[in-house]
Each structure stands twice: as structure tokens, then as C-alpha cells.
Design a protein around this ligand. Structure first.
Ligand SMILES: Nc1nc2c(c(=O)[nH]1)N[C@H]1C(S)=C(S)[C@@H](COP(=O)(O)O)O[C@H]1N2
Ligand SMILES: [Mo]
Length: 170
């Protein structure tokens, strides 16, 4: 009798887990990061695409000083894939271009192309899909910008949906 009850309980439990997985998995599988704007090759990158790209780590200190190691793809690597000028080609008018990071809660932050370019600066800014070896928690993921070395994590925007390339016009 006890075994029977346990069996039913386990079956229910696994059915609930299965239904949850079916519900959540497609949302992540369908997720696409949009890269658009003043750009040669607009991109839509899936989470699987990002796993195939060169990977990098970045450390983020949270508001309480806790240290977390994030892993993902360097923003400069994503820009390269999108045909954004870098290295020798990042000069003149290109120096007034920027990347606007847009998040699902409406939060948006900006980086200049120059500060992200490895030939100009040593800033480590990644688009992370892992925190401390695990997928980023849903309320911060699936993707988070991690701008290493900044005194406040204000630009380390979470729930990133799109990167928009723009050019300052005054
Ligand atoms: N999408 C999004 N990202 C965001 C914010 C936000 O409101 N929305 N707040 C920023 C600020 S001001 C801080 S201090 C950190 C806090 O991140 P944490 O709560 O994961 O430590 O996230 C940054 N990234
Ligand atoms: Mo903050």
C-alpha cells in the first residue's frame, strides 16, 4: 500500500517536472539575440550559436561584494561576426559608433565601439550565458552583459534581448 502511494506520488511528480520542462525548454530554444542597426550583417543568434563561438570569462562583483565568475562570448567577438569595424578599420567616423544594449524590462545601456575594441582597450565585456558554471537564473538570464572591472554593476545588464549599433549624430 505504502509502495503504491509512493509510486503514484513519484509519477505525478515526474509528470509535473516533464510538463515544466516542455513549457520552459521551447522558450529558451526559440530565444534569439538580435544584433541590428548600423551594421553590415544583422544577426539573430540562438543560445546554441553562442555556445559555438570563442568563450571567455568575466568576473562580476554583485552589490554585496560577492564575486561571481560568468562565462560567455566577448561583445567584440559578436561585433566582429556582425561586420562591425575593428582594429585598423576602427578610426575616423567609426569612432562615434556605439552599441546600445536593450533588455526585456526596458533597461538600456551603451558602450562605445572604441572601448570594446581589443586593439584600443583592455576592457573585458562579455555576453554571458553562464554564472558560476550554471545557466543564469531565469530572472537574470538567459543572457547578461558582464562589464568586468567597473566599480558598480550598473552596465552589467541582465535579460538582454538586443544589441543595436548606432552612430552619434549631433
Ligand atoms: N535589465 C536590467 N539590468 C540591470 C538592471 C536593471 O534594472 N535591468 N539594474 C542594474 C543595476 S543598477 C545593478 S546594481 C545590477 C544589479 O544586479 P544584481 O541584482 O544581479 O546584483 O544590475 C544592473 N543590470
Ligand atoms: Mo544599481
Amino acid at each position: 500500500m505504502k509502495d503504491l502511494l509512493k509510486n503514484i506520488y513519484l509519477r505525478r511528480f515526474s509528470t509535473i517536472v516533464l510538463l515544466l520542462a516542455i513549457g520552459i525548454a521551447p522558450a529558451f530554444a526559440q530565444f534569439k539575440l538580435k544584433v541590428s542597426g548600423e551594421i553590415e550583417k544583422p544577426l539573430e543568434l540562438s543560445l546554441a550559436d553562442l555556445k559555438e563561438m570563442p568563450r571567455k570569462e568575466a568576473v562580476l562583483l554583485d552589490k554585496d561584494g560577492g564575486k561571481h565568475v560568468y562565462e560567455g562570448v566577448s561583445l567584440s567577438e559578436i561585433l566582429l561576426k556582425a561586420g562591425v569595424p575593428s582594429g585598423k578599420d576602427l578610426r575616423g567616423e567609426e569612432l562615434s559608433k556605439y552599441v546600445l544594449v536593450k533588455c526585456s524590462d526596458g533597461y538600456q545601456v551603451l558602450f562605445s565601439l572604441a572601448e570594446l575594441d581589443p586593439s584600443i582597450a583592455d576592457k573585458n565585456v562579455i555576453l554571458a550565458d553562464k554564472m558560476d558554471g550554471k545557466a543564469i537564473a531565469e530572472n537574470r538570464g538567459p543572457l547578461r552583459i558582464v562589464a568586468e572591472g567597473e566599480k558598480k554593476p550598473v552596465r552589467s545588464s541582465y535579460q538582454v534581448e538586443a544589441l543595436i549599433l548606432g552612430k552619434v549624430k549631433d
